[in-house]
Design a protein around this ligand. Structure first.
Ligand SMILES: Cc1cc2nc3c(=O)[nH]c(=O)nc-3n(C[C@H](O)[C@H](O)[C@H](O)COP(=O)(O)OP(=O)(O)OC[C@H]3O[C@@H](n4cnc5c(N)ncnc54)[C@H](O)[C@@H]3O)c2cc1C
Length: 500
């Protein structure tokens, strides 16, 4: 048995673990990411990447590849057997605007998202250790000691912190004694499978809302010749069966279209809709993130997105503590910020799931902005310092997502605020004549930029006025590494205090 040492142990190489690993890699933090499976998990599972998650992926440098691999959400086409009933839109769509560069959900199979994140991690110098399962974890005041089992034996790893990104059944969560509290939202299980079917167009998300035995859906999966099949089952009458012959009979019976031909079942899983939240997201030196911390129903496409946001919230805080001397108490704010958000999102996805059960058809049609996760934030939270009195409720405030805006730089080249934010640093924006603090000793950790109108001496020139409109005519806005306004005010000393 060997003992190795690292700074952060990440357990699980799903979307949560990989996003955290990419973020830590670009911060120069030493980590190990271990995955018990021999390769990335197959299966289309969470196929909707919401606009806020696209912004995170842009910051991590992986969005272009995802957009190339994915596509927009297809229109729903409802059927009654062989009779098409009409199309309708499931999702909210808006054109990109200066504040919001991505206006609608991006669809791609989760295995592809995982593959692209894994490629990005490799480009950043990291790698997943496959076939390594966490079997035991103990912690003490200085760190954690983990036992990892792999093909050629087992070894012990010491780390300053560990992150359980090991999914809804998280053994890691149980090992540190954190309970997951919640309900079975729906007694009926669903069969979810990736299938090759001939005889159906690939331009729509096909739905048989009143199929005999339960609702039935087939959605074309981007970059493949497969569809994601979802079938709900009333277990009093039948149970889900992923055997290809059973799936062939299921397709024929639920669609009433004998011309549809099943060629292949590439992957299948039985999904029981649950909604549950971990009682704590931190237990000493162990953090729970993603499905290990909250389990959503698939309705509304929130699980993977909430998971990615957890990792994005935690990454920079671990970086500040491990590299910039921040107090360990900063890490308490992970739970303080993310648990209420996860609870809110759980409420939304559970409501949508229940409305589907009642109405069965277009209950979620035109589902709103709350699913896009753009309006989630940390107002009033432990890291939000709003120093301007008497603001209107709809004004941009500390804790809100920091909006994008097009600008030009000193050379006259077009750029965007999101370009300025990109990377592991804080960004301080100074509008109007507001004084900037003296240069920071730790200059790489804070990027200070003056935003001006045309003709003013500024690092970023707000040619069309969008930045001033989104923020304010004057004042300081300290944008956190995860893209939220940490502090808003006018006093340069307050920025120093905040960073301390
Ligand atoms: C049918 C279905 C449909 C869904 N649809 C959507 C959707 O439309 N939109 C959406 O946002 N979300 C959706 N989700 C949810 C989404 O798939 C999850 O939220 C997401 O996978 C969570 O990512 P994660 O990284 O936290 O966990 P996971 O993806 O579960 O990854 C956990 C990883 O940890 C590994 N692991 C577990 N234990 C150990 C151990 N002891 N040692 C080492 N490794 C370990 C596992 O092998 C796994 O690879 C859906 C889920 C399902 C099942």
């Amino acid at each position: 048995m060997t003992v190795a040492a690292t700074e952060v142990l990440i357990v699980g190489a799903g979307p949560t673990g990989l996003v955290l690993a990419c973020d830590l890699a670009r911060r120069g933090i030493r980590f190990e990411i271990v995955e018990r499976a021999d390769r990335a998990l197959p299966g289309s599972r969470g196929t909707g990447v919401q606009p806020r998650t696209q912004e995170v992926f842009e910051d991590l440098g992986v969005l272009d590849d995802m957009r190339a691999a994915g596509g927009p959400c297809q229109l729903m086409l409802s059927w009654d057997g062989e009779t098409p009933l009409g199309t309708w839109d499931l999702v909210e769509r808006r054109a990109p605007d200066p504040r919001v560069p991505y206006g609608e959900v991006l669809m791609l199979p989760q295995w592809r998202t995982v593959e692209l994140l894994t490629d990005r991690l490799r480009a950043l110098g990291g790698r997943v250790r496959y076939g390594a399962e966490l079997t035991d974890l103990v912690q003490d005041p200085d760190g954690v000691t983990a036992r990892l089992r792999h093909g050629d034996g087992s070894h012990t790893l010491r780390a300053a912190y560990a992150v359980a990104a090991d999914g809804g059944r998280s053994a890691h969560r149980k090992a540190v004694g954190v309970a997951l509290t919640g309900d079975d939202v729906d007694p009926s299980p669903a069969l979810v499978a990736d299938v090759a079917v001939e005889g159906l167009d690939r331009d729509h998300w096909h739905m048989w809302p009143h199929a005999e035995g339960g609702v039935f859906l087939l959605r074309p999966l981007e970059g493949t010749d497969l569809y994601q099949l979802v079938a709900r089952f009333d277990t009093a009458r039948e149970t889900p069966d992923a055997d290809p012959e059973a799936v062939r009979r299921l397709i024929a019976r639920r669609t009433g279209q004998p011309r549809l031909r099943l060629r292949e079942v590439a992957w299948a899983s039985v999904h029981q809709a649950r909604a549950a939240l971990a009682d704590r997201f931190r237990a000493g030196r162990v953090f729970l993130a993603g499905d290990a911390a909250h389990v959503h129903t698939a309705a509304g496409g929130q699980g993977m997105n909430t998971s990615v946001q957890d990792a994005y919230n935690l990454g920079w805080k671990l970086g500040r503590v491990l590299r910039h001397g921040a107090d360990d108490a900063l890490l308490d704010t992970y739970e303080e910020e993310r648990r209420p958000v996860a609870a809110d999102v759980l409420g939304i996805s559970t409501r949508i799931h229940r409305s589907y059960r009642r109405a069965r058809e277009d209950a979620g049609a035109g589902r709103g902005r709350d699913l896009q996760q753009l309006e989630l934030g940390y107002r009033g939270g432990p890291l939000s310092r709003e120093l301007r009195p008497g603001l209107a409720e709809d004004a941009l405030q500390a804790g809100d997502r920091a909006p994008d805006a097009p600008c030009v730089d000193r050379s006259g080249a077009p750029t965007r605020l999101f370009e300025a934010f990109r990377g592991p640093h804080f960004t301080l924006l100074a509008f109007g004549a507001t004084a900037l603090p003296a240069p920071f000793a730790d200059g790489a950790a804070v990027r200070a930029l003056r935003v001006g109108r045309p003709g003013q001496d500024a690092d970023l020139v707000d040619v069309d006025g969008h930045a001033h409109q989104a923020y304010a005519a004057h004042g300081l806005f300290l944008v956190r590494p995860d893209g939220y306004v940490g502090l808003a005010g006018a006093d340069p000393h307050s920025v120093r205090d905040y960073l301390r």
